[in-house]
Design a binder for this molecule. Structure first.
Ligand code: PEP
Ligand code: MG
Length: 594
């Protein structure tokens, strides 16, 4: 038995065999061939190259349609490489001895080594493009047996160095029982999705890949941040009992879904759900969400090999809006970039992607793409209670530019006689300190605010939200963060518009209560967090929470703020997080979730 320690990232217990996951793993079949098979192998290779060229030409046309010529050019480069006669000339000598797959792979590895030796960054990156091309040709040759999270052989705890949102977008929730990564932070987008899907996860576990082997039985304890390999019988029995207890407790909490989220002195707080995949709407409703406060639409793009067109977006948004109505569905426009890279968009590699062409900046750069999404959202507004939300706004000019595009789209639809809700509310996410500081100006232009604290904390404290080396600095109770939140709430209320918090801190009962005390009107969170937050709200008075909100704004030390916030929840409320089995203090552990 071996205990490995990490950071708790998604609560719950998983007990299952390990599956080591390496997205780059690419086994290539090596076979000696008979001289009589040489022509057959050459023909197979030529056919595979022809088929991949056709695929690239089709993708090229699609990307040019949606994003314009400039972005389609990368596929011209791919086609040039594939159609260069040199490629076959270099490969044929290997086919004298080996099967087409292995021969082709050998050629590509040689070429890649040459590219990697270049000094120039641009040329080195083209080496990575080569790998992508090679994989496609090998896939056509029928060699590609790559196991993704969509094709796990069995139920497993997935152990990986890191996970990206597009790995997760393809994941089969019934096979992936737990997640463990060697790096990464608990507000990285892949982990947020794990919480949405209620998959227990632990991040930042040093040596997880070298200590674990595929097939080892393991336990993931997402509440404590433990990863236990080959547990003995006693430990296994203890954890099985604990898992059962947690399951029962959760079932009991779900029973409270129809009770109002109302404080003892009668103040109602709207509790809503964050969803990434349409399938999560189901659990949002089960847990009693009063609507969806954040739909992260980028997963539609990450889960697909082509850019979703207007019709498929209208279908996705309308189905969701109908299911939730009359409750609201807040649809956030595309927030790609940062750690959410779409290979379809072929976004350039950036030095600091979280400070780069991300989110609203990306969509304003690609107007056609933006307009397609805005049209789809507005069309869905005809069938449900849809609200539209713009992410990562950092200044008034940027907001006005986005609103002008929206006006164009409204006019277009009106001209075409397409029904939509002309009053469809428009809000902005406050995720950048500059936006928080000019919240009074922004509040005059929109119908609501939603504070994205995952990014607001990251940008205020200069701490990469996905970097485990600095995760100890990712601190929601930092006085600077609390002051910015207060500034946003005051500005919104002065203009009579509501404020939601939809970052991960909304789903923690402690910070959730504090936000209510600071005047936040709605909390939007991962669905499974709803019952605990509701329970906490129902067990306190608003008066008490207001006093808490006022007190913390006068405090300087994070530790003092924690103690003050902690005193608001009764001990009993801690059970879900730590299982009540050890005497350890839980607050530090719970807060490190955020
Ligand atoms: C946030 O930044 O808090 C937020 C909700 O957006 P995301 O986590 O998708 O960046
Ligand atoms: Mg954000």
């Amino acid at each position: 038995m071996k205990y490995l320690k990490g950071i708790q990232a998604s609560p719950g217990i998983a007990i299952a065999p390990v599956y080591l996951y390496d997205p780059e793993e690419f086994p290539v079949d090596q076979r000696r061939i008979d001289p009589s098979d040489i022509p057959v192998e050459k023909a197979r290779l030529e056919e595979a190259i022809r088929a991949v060229s056709e695929d690239f030409a089709a993708t090229r046309a699609h990307v040019e349609d949606i994003l314009g010529k400039e972005h389609a050019q990368i596929f011209d480069a791919h086609l040039l490489i594939l159609q260069d006669p040199m490629l076959l000339e270099l490969t044929y000598p290997h086919i004298e001895k080996y099967n087409a797959e292995y021969a082709f792979w050998t050629t590509f590895q040689n070429l890649r080594r040459q590219f990697e030796a270049f000094q120039d960054d641009y040329l080195r990156e083209r080496g990575a493009d080569l790998l992508g091309i090679a994989k496609r040709v090998l896939a056509k040759l029928g060699n590609w047996e790559k196991v993704g999270l969509d094709r796990l052989p069995d139920k497993a705890i997935v152990v990986a160095r890191d996970l990206m949102p597009d790995d997760m977008a393809h994941l089969q929730p019934d096979r992936v029982l737990g997640l463990v990564t060697e790096v990464g932070g608990s507000t990285s987008h892949a982990i947020i999705l794990a919480r949405g899907l209620e998959i227990p996860a632990v991040v930042s576990v040093a040596n997880a890949l070298s200590d674990a082997r595929t097939g080892d039985i393991a336990i993931v304890d997402g509440r404590r941040g433990d990863f236990i390999l080959n547990p003995d019988d006693k430990t296994l029995a203890q954890y099985r009992g604990l898992a059962e207890r947690l399951r029962k407790r959760k079932a009991g909490l779900v029973d409270s879904r129809d009770l109002p989220a109302q404080t003892e002195d009668g103040v109602q707080v709207a509790l809503q759900a964050n969803v990434e995949l349409p399938s999560e709407v189901h659990s949002a409703m089960d847990y009693g969400a009063e609507g969806v406060g954040l739909y992260r639409t980028e997963y539609l793009y990450l889960a697909s090999d082509i850019l979703p067109d207007e019709a498929s977006q209208v279908t996705a948004y309308s189905q969701m809006a109908r299911r939730i109505a009359p409750r609201p569905l807040v649809i956030r426009t595309l927030d790609l970039g940062g750690d959410k890279m779409s290979h379809v968009l072929n976004t350039q590699t950036e030095m600091n992607p979280f400070l780069g062409l991300r989110s609203i900046r990306l969509t304003l750069r690609h107007r056609d793409l933006f307009k397609v999404q805005l049209r789809a959202i507005l069309k869905a507004s005809a069938v449900g209670n849809v609200k539209l939300m713009l992410p990562l706004i950092s200044g008034i000019d940027e907001l006005r530019e986005a609103l002008a595009v929206l006006d164009d789209v409204r006019e277009e639809l009106t001209r075409e006689g397409v029904p939509f809700d002309p009053q469809c509310p428009v809000g902005v996410m406050i995720e950048v300190p500059s936006a928080a500081l000019i919240a009074d100006q922004l509040a005059q232009e929109v119908d609501f605010f939603s504070i994205g604290t995952n990014d607001l904390i990251q940008y205020t404290l200069a701490v990469d939200r996905g970097n485990d080396l600095v995760s100890y600095l990712f601190e929601p109770f930092h006085p600077a963060v609390l002051r910015l939140i207060k500034c946003v709430v005051d500005a919104a209320h002065a203009e009579n518009i509501p404020v939601t918090v939809c970052g991960e801190i909304a789903g923690d009962p402690h910070s959730g209560l504090l936000l209510v005390g600071m005047g936040v009107d709605k909390l939007s969170m991962t669905p499974s967090a709803l019952p605990e937050v509701k329970r906490a709200i129902r067990n306190t008075s608003f008066k008490q929470l207001q006093a808490l909100g006022e007190d913390v704004l006068n405090m300087q030390e994070i530790a003092d703020i924690r103690v003050r916030v902690n005193a608001t929840l009764s001990d009993d409320d801690d059970e879900m997080f730590i299982g009540g089995e050890s005497g350890e203090t839980t607050l530090q552990m719970r807060l490190s979730l955020f």
